[in-house]
Ligand binder design. Structure first.
Ligand code: DGL
Length: 280
């Protein structure tokens, strides 16, 4: 039965575990298969054509495991590739993180002044701009690339004065407007990258209470649940679902870094190395 199949989740690497974490909490009985394309991370600095190719290969690899739905946990891949994937694989529901993040930000914002921090690729693609303006044509959207946060998060540098200094330096274009009474500054900031939720505390300390931080992982998990129910694809079991991990490079590093992004221990789970670059 289709409902008994797993949900396939992919990302450029380990960061998408923040999205997997939210899905696991929202839908603990679903079987989940996660693919991290660790051989080709980061996607955030790659061209649209490359990211679209990588995303198609990741989707094909997950389909080989007979999944019932694909979740693109990576913001950059969602920005560049969701429409391509939906056209190329019309028989399977494909969910990205941009639309759920845009909905959450419009709900959170009182003033319609919404900021987005993300990778260079997501910022250049303007996917969040389009999604937010579709929901609220009056919104004022600004975006700032913060690719350095990806390295901080992966190195386990999540809090402390040094992290806050780096975050403050990178977020200067935003804090400058917050401190300037001539500007109507943003009241909501979308964490538009898989890695940024782990830096939430540091970002909050730098920006203060006037800015609401939106993490699209939770909204994406709720979106996945709604879609499963609409399509009668919920597993409907009482016992916990299984977890299975695939990576395209460095399973040991993946295991080591996973703890920063996923709240459950993955010690008892398999992390298999696969090649997706030559997948047909
Ligand atoms: N997963 C990417 C994203 O959410 C961040 C890491 C990368 O650049 O691949 O955009």
């Amino acid at each position: 039965m289709a409902s008994q199949k797993a949900i396939g989740v992919f990302d450029s690497g380990v960061g998408g575990l923040t999205v997997l974490n939210a899905i696991r909490k929202q839908l603990p009985c679903e079987n989940l298969v996660y693919l991290g394309d660790t051989a080709r991370v980061p996607y955030g600095t790659k061209s649209a054509v490359s990211v679209q190719r990588y995303a198609a290969q990741a989707t094909k690899a997950l389909l080989k495991h007979d999944v019932k739905m694909i979740v693109i946990a990576c913001n950059t891949a969602s920005a560049y590739a969701i429409e391509h994937l939906q056209a190329q694989f019309p028989d399977i529901p494909i969910v990205g993180v941009i639309e759920p993040g845009a909905i959450a930000s419009c709900k959170a914002s009182q003033t319609g002044r919404i900021g987005v921090i993300a990778t260079e690729g997501t910022v250049n693609n303007q996917a969040y701009h389009r999604a937010i303006l579709e929901l609220n044509p009056e919104a004022m959207v600004s975006a700032l690339p913060c690719s350095l946060f990806v390295a901080l998060a992966e190195e386990g540098w999540h809090e402390g004065s040094l992290v806050e200094s780096i975050v403050a330096e990178c977020l200067k274009p935003i804090t400058a407007t917050l401190e300037n009474p001539l500007y109507e500054s943003l009241d909501t900031l979308v964490l538009g990258c898989t890695h940024f939720p782990v830096l939430k505390g540091a970002i909050k300390n730098v920006l203060g209470q006037s800015v609401t931080l939106v993490d699209s992982a939770l909204t994406t998990a709720q979106w996945v649940e709604r879609l499963l129910n609409e399509r009668a694809l919920s597993r409907g079991h009482e016992e916990a679902g299984s977890l299975r991990f695939f990576v395209t490079d460095g399973p040991d590093r993946f295991r080591r870094v996973a703890g920063s992004f996923f709240s459950e221990s993955i010690d008892g789970c398999s992390v298999e190395l696969i090649d997706i670059q030559h997948i047909d």
